[in-house]
Design a protein around this ligand. Sequence first.
Ligand SMILES: N=c1c2ncn([C@@H]3O[C@H](COP(=O)(O)OP(=O)(O)OP(=O)(O)O)[C@@H](O)[C@H]3O)c2ncn1[C@@H]1O[C@H](COP(=O)(O)O)[C@@H](O)[C@H]1O
Length: 93
Amino acid sequence: MKESVLVKSFDALYAELADRAATRPEGSGTVAALDAGVHHIGKKVIEEAGEVWIAAEHESDEALAGEISQLMYWSAVLMVSRGLTPEDIYRHL
Ligand SMILES: N=c1c2ncn([C@@H]3O[C@H](COP(=O)(O)OP(=O)(O)OP(=O)(O)O)[C@@H](O)[C@H]3O)c2ncn1[C@@H]1O[C@H](COP(=O)(O)O)[C@@H](O)[C@H]1O
């Protein structure tokens, strides 16, 4: 039987990152990214989107899933940076 794994939803990730922004814990990469600003974060979104494309063409399902998770992370960081919530996004889906 396949072992069940505790998974994190996009909403849970977003809540975690919003909390990082509010509490600014030492050593948080998210806090550093937010301090670097929208230009830096936007470049990471583009970089990860490119890595998703390459993985989709040339890499395993597992590698592709990892790259997509990073794209989701950077999209969430960008949302926090601009003050958008998941609801702001979901109403466009
Ligand atoms: N899910 C993520 C996550 N995904 C990606 N990243 C960061 O995004 C960057 C990816 O950029 P790169 O592609 O340059 O990284 P890389 O090491 O070269 O990896 P590859 O793309 O080559 O595989 C890395 O610096 C990662 O740390 C993430 N950083 C944090 N999180 C989660 O966000 C939460 C808050 O993290 P902190 O703010 O660091 O506490 C925690 O739950 C973390 O697990």
